[in-house]
Write a protein that binds this ligand. Structure first.
Ligand code: PLP
Length: 304
C-alpha cells in the first residue's frame, strides 16, 4: 500500500517520492497560495464540495484565478482511488501562484506542473492520518489559550491579512503549536486583543452549553470551518440551538464542554484548558456522532 499518493491537477499520478516543485515556485518562495485539507474515509473525500467552495473563496481573496473545480474534483477522485478505501487518509489540495515570473500571463516556464490553468501550480497529495489523531478523537486534548495579537475587528479593515482565507502561510500557526507543545499542551486556542475566543491554529472552536452550540462568527477573522458547519447542520436537525456569536476566554471556563473541530481530527474535546480539567458531560456525548454524520452528508458547492 502506497504511503503517499501524488496527483497533479492534470489528473496524472506522479511518483510521490520524486521532486515536484520548481525552485522558484511562489508557493515555496513566499507561501503565496491556498490549500484545503480533506479527510479521505471509505475511499471518498468527506464534504468535498464544501472544500471546493472554500478553495474558490480563498482563491478570490488572494486574487488567484478561479479554480477549475471540475479539474480538482477529477484529480481528487484519481487520488482517492489510488489511496483506496481500507484506511483513512489526509488529502491536501494545494494551489500556488505558480512560478516566479510566469505570472500573470506569460507562457514562460510553465513546466509540466500546469494543469488546465496555465499559471498556478496545483496538486493533490494524500498521506496517512497522523498517529495523534486517534487519541485526540478518543480521549480529547489539552489546550492552552494564546494571544494572536490581533483585534477581532481587523478582518474587514485589513483584508490584506487574508484572515478567513486558507493560505499556505501557516508558519505562525505551526509556531503556536510548537509553543503549546513546549508548555506541555496538545493544541492551542487563539484569543483576540479583546480577549475574545477566535480559533485554533488548525481548528474551529465550538463551546457547548446544554443543547446550545456556539462558535465565533467569520467576521471576527476566523476561517469558516467545514467540520463546524457539518456539526451545526446535523445538530440543528437533531434539535440543538446553533449560534455564531462572539464570546470571551472567560466563557470557555463556564462552558459545559469545549471542542476543537477540524477536517482530519474531526471532534477533539478539550479535556484540559490552561491546566483546568474538563470531563465529558453526558449532554455532549453525541457531538462526535453528529460530526461524523455531518461530514458524510451529500453537500453541494452552493451550500457554502
Ligand atoms: N481554523 C483554522 C485556522 C484551520 O487551519 C482549520 C483547519 O485546518 C480550521 C479552522 C478548521 O477547518 P475545517 O473544519 O474546515 O478543517
Amino acid at each position: 500500500m502506497a504511503d503517499r499518493v501524488l496527483v497533479t491537477l492534470d489528473a496524472e499520478v506522479r511518483d510521490a517520492e520524486a521532486p515536484l516543485l520548481y525552485a522558484d515556485d511562489i508557493g515555496a518562495l513566499r507561501g503565496d497560495g491556498i490549500f484545503e485539507t480533506v479527510l479521505l474515509r471509505g475511499g471518498s473525500a468527506c464534504a468535498l464540495e464544501l472544500h471546493l467552495a472554500r478553495l474558490a473563496r480563498s482563491a478570490a481573496a488572494l486574487e488567484l484565478p478561479a479554480p477549475d473545480l471540475d479539474a480538482w474534483r477529477f484529480a481528487v477522485e484519481v487520488a482517492a482511488d489510488a489511496w483506496g478505501g481500507d484506511r483513512e487518509g489526509v488529502l491536501r489540495m494545494i494551489c500556488t501562484r505558480g512560478r516566479d515570473g510566469a505570472h500573470p500571463s506569460g507562457p514562460a516556464g510553465k513546466g509540466d506542473l500546469a494543469g488546465p490553468q496555465p499559471d498556478t501550480t496545483g496538486y493533490v497529495l494524500v498521506t496517512p492520518v497522523p498517529e495523534r489523531v486517534a487519541a485526540a478523537r478518543a480521549d480529547g486534548i489539552s489546550v492552552i489559550t494564546l494571544a494572536r495579537g490581533l483585534s477581532d475587528q481587523v478582518a474587514d479593515t485589513a483584508p490584506w491579512l487574508l484572515l478567513g482565507a486558507k493560505t499556505l502561510s501557516y508558519a505562525t500557526n505551526m509556531a503556536a503549536l510548537r509553543f503549546a507543545a513546549r508548555m506541555g499542551a496538545d493544541d492551542a486556542i487563539f484569543t483576540s486583543t479583546e480577549h475574545r475566543v477566535l480559533e485554533g491554529p488548525r481548528s474551529s472552536v465550538v463551546i457547548q452549553r446544554g443543547k446550545t452550540l456556539i462558535t465565533p462568527p467569520a467576521r471576527s477573522g476566523v476561517l469558516p470551518g467545514i467540520t463546524q458547519r457539518a456539526l451545526f447542520a446535523e445538530a440543528e436537525r437533531a434539535g440543538w440551538d446553533c449560534r455564531y456569536e462572539s464570546f470571551f476566554t472567560a466563557d470557555l471556563i463556564t462552558a459545559d464542554s469545549i471542542w476543537l473541530l477540524s477536517s482530519v481530527t474531526l471532534a477533539a474535546r478539550v479535556n484540559r484548558l490552561d491546566g483546568l480539567r474538563y470531563s465529558l458531560p453526558e449532554s455532549a456525548a453525541e457531538i462526535p456522532a453528529l460530526v461524523d454524520r455531518g461530514i458524510a452528508r451529500e453537500w453541494s458547492v452552493t451550500d457554502w
